[in-house]
Design a protein around this ligand. Structure first.
Ligand code: SF4
Ligand code: SF4
Ligand code: SF4
Length: 216
């Protein structure tokens, strides 16, 4: 297995072990983050990354790998944006001192082993994290389960009394809880635009620098 594969599986294992201690964990950790980066100049805007991301995170909604299985809105955790003739995939950078986690009023965002995760069950959809994220990497959207929108208990439209959907924040989780734990967007990109950048803790330590002051 490649070094990247090893690292992702380590993240997956740690994540599943740490999910149960979500309540006790601190909001941020000292572990350096890994994140997916893009060579924006090479992106052709095909959105294969968006579809791959959506598919691996929608297994509970019965979404498979083919278009015919899609029965809910396509909501990925990576967003391809266009500026003029340029395309740029945007996703979470898993900041070491994550502003979104500090902004969340209900502690729904935690950093576990370098991966910033959102607990969608705890999220109240307030959008504070959306405003706090400097990369525009978080979206708040309706929650779907088993192919149906989840409604918010006690929340109805003022005019027609129709139940309103429950919304929750969503963003890149490095595919930490998917079946093979590999970033699906990286594997799907036909132009090899995306790659997993390793956290600095996986790099050799910086050599210590001696500072000499001139004698006066
Ligand atoms: S939208 Fe959810 S995750 Fe974001 S700040 Fe509000 S409660 Fe927290
Ligand atoms: S690493 Fe996974 S969760 Fe993150 S953008 Fe890529 S496919 Fe989506
Ligand atoms: S799959 Fe690659 S080329 Fe296509 S939109 Fe995503 S990053 Fe760009």
């Amino acid at each position: 297995m490649s070094g990247t594969g090893n690292m992702i599986h380590r993240l997956t294992d740690n994540r599943s072990a740490s999910t149960s201690r979500m309540g006790a964990a601190s909001r941020t950790s000292a572990v350096a983050s890994s994140f997916v980066v893009a060579d924006a100049g090479q992106c052709i805007g095909c959105k294969a990354c968006e579809l791959a991301c959506f598919a691996v995170h929608s297994q509970a909604n019965g979404i498979g790998a083919s278009v015919g299985t899609v029965s809910v809105p396509v909501v990925p955790k990576v967003y391809v944006v266009r500026t003029g003739e340029m395309y740029m995939p945007v996703q979470c950078r898993h900041c070491e001192n994550a502003p979104c986690a500090h902004a969340c009023p209900v502690q729904a965002i935690r950093q576990e082993d370098g991966v910033v995760m959102i607990d969608e069950e705890r999220c109240i959809g307030c959008t504070s994290c959306v405003l706090a994220c400097p990369f525009g990497a978080i979206e708040v959207s309706p929650v779907y389960r088993a192919g149906h929108v989840v409604t918010q208990s006690g929340l109805t439209h003022r005019a027609n009394r129709v139940a309103l959907p429950r919304t929750a924040a969503s963003k890149c989780d490095l595919c930490a809880e998917t079946e093979n734990g590999q970033p699906a967007c990286v594997e799907a990109c036909p132009n090899h635009v995306l790659r997993l950048a390793k956290g600095i803790s996986d790099s050799p330590p910086e050599p210590r620098r001696e500072v000499f002051f001139p004698r006066l």
